[in-house]
Write a protein that binds this ligand. Structure first.
Ligand SMILES: Cc1cc2nc3c(=O)[nH]c(=O)nc-3n(C[C@H](O)[C@H](O)[C@H](O)COP(=O)(O)OP(=O)(O)OC[C@H]3O[C@@H](n4cnc5c(N)ncnc54)[C@H](O)[C@@H]3O)c2cc1C
Length: 391
């Protein structure tokens, strides 16, 4: 039998976009929530994320629908959570110049519109109206417009989610007080979370939202190998990416999310642009000089694509690591072998956090499984060889 929600204690590990979203929902539902992070909130992957809210190229169909629901969930939440500070429904323009790129873009737009996802091809004049900073594209360029897509400013967002949780009684512990060093559950006893500061927190529910660090926490709980992520610290791993911030930009700088061959960009607070590229060969072992060189290269590519960067230089760069489930889709639910530990780890966590957290909180509060989360349970990996990532 599920006890009244007000009497139930929940420890959420990890105060990134996912953990903060779940903590806010559980606290709003009346649970007694403690949110732990080894760092300041939002300093993990969420901090440097491109944070583009989209379901632009997500398959299969049900995963597309999950991400599409993510777009709507942020749009719904924004008015109630000071969205002006973090929600940027800017839309996204995508350019393709090669024959293969144009064919793929046209097919994708066709597929997405068939799935009820707003997308259309636009001519050069309309593209220039949508994004006046775009340099005139060549005659062979195809451009698509995705008006419902957005980007989020994760730091002010996470601040607000945590403030919302705290206003409903949640406690945030950070640093050594928040760093989890032990997890166990003896039969018939409440699970216990041990911290580096020596505290032992008993809980009715333990929810692990530790992003790329989740496999380590699963191992602490006695369930190693149950959360297969792409090995992010290996040489040549596809999980790390170089993120670059450049500025100052002139008033004529881009206002949309923009994807062009070789460069992705969007505005960032402080008069900056955030850049990323699909093909930057970096990992956690790339030497500093090479990172600096690659950052400069991204600025050059951006300057060739948009106006407004004439005075810009590289202001910051960072190798940021995606939590990439081995089969690329979210891992959400109780761990086989340690069912008392509920995990939530996903790529596209910025897109998905508002929607996933709603379902996760509903499961934890009601005790009943969410049908929408059924395809994403950790037990899909049990007894099988981990599937290789597709792309
Ligand atoms: C370059 C890049 C671009 C991306 N672009 C997009 C995008 O455009 N759109 C999108 O939707 N997604 C994007 N993503 C993915 C998205 O950013 C992540 O899925 C999301 O940020 C994950 O959030 P999280 O809360 O799960 O993890 P994190 O933000 O990493 O938070 C995990 C937290 O757990 C804490 N923690 C870890 N271990 C412990 C411990 N032992 N004790 C206590 N705390 C602990 C960490 O300190 C951290 O704060 C991108 C990722 C990268 C790297």
């Amino acid at each position: 039998m599920v006890r009244p929600v007000q009497t139930r204690r929940c420890v959420v590990i990890g105060a990134g976009v996912l953990g903060a979203s779940i903590a806010a929902r559980l606290a709003a539902a009346g649970m007694n929530v403690t949110l732990l992070d080894q760092d300041e909130p939002g300093r993990g992957t969420s901090r440097w994320s491109f944070a583009w809210v989209n379901s632009n190229d997500k398959g299969p169909r049900r995963y597309h629908d999950l991400n599409h629901a993510g777009l709507r969930a942020w749009a719904q939440l924004a008015p109630a959570l000071d969205g002006a500070a973090w929600y940027r429904p800017a839309g996204n323009l995508e350019l393709a110049t090669s024959a293969a790129g144009r064919a793929e873009l046209a097919m994708r737009v066709c597929r997405l519109t068939g799935w009820g996802y707003p997308a259309r091809l636009v001519d050069a004049a309309e593209a220039a109206e949508i994004e006046p900073a775009l340099r005139p594209p060549g005659p062979d360029t195809m451009t698509a417009w995705f008006p419902d897509e957005a980007y989020l400013l994760t730091e002010p967002l996470i601040e607000r989610l945590i403030a919302r949780a705290a206003a409903r009684g949640a406690t945030l512990l950070t640093g050594e007080q928040g760093r989890v060093t032990g997890l166990d559950a003896a039969p018939g006893r409440a699970p216990r979370v041990r911290t580096a500061a020596g505290a032992v927190l008993a809980a009715d529910e333990v929810v692990c939202c530790a992003g790329r660090w989740t496999p380590g926490l699963a191992a602490l709980a006695g369930a190693p190998g149950t959360v297969p992520l792409v090995a992010w610290d290996a040489h040549g791993s596809p999980a790390p990416a170089l993120v670059v911030r450049v500025g100052p930009v002139t008033p004529a700088a881009p206002v949309r999310v923009l994807h062009a061959p070789g460069i992705f960009l969007r505005p960032h607070p402080g008069g900056l642009l955030q850049l990323e590229a699909p093909d930057t060969p970096v990992d956690l072992h790339t030497p500093e000089a090479e990172l600096r060189h690659q950052a400069g290269e991204l600025l050059r590519r951006a300057s060739r694509t948009v106006r407004g960067l004439e005075e810009a230089r590289v202001v910051a760069y960072q190798v940021c690591v995606r939590p990439l489930p081995a089969d690329e889709v979210s891992i959400v639910g109780r761990l086989p072998g340690a069912e008392w530990l509920y995990v939530a780890v996903t790529h596209s966590g910025v897109t998905l956090a508002a929607h996933l957290s709603r379902h996760i909180a509903a499961e934890l509060v009601s005790g009943g499984p969410s049908a929408e989360l059924a395809p994403y349970r950790p037990d899909r990996f049990a007894g099988t060889n981990t599937p290789a990532p597709g792309r």
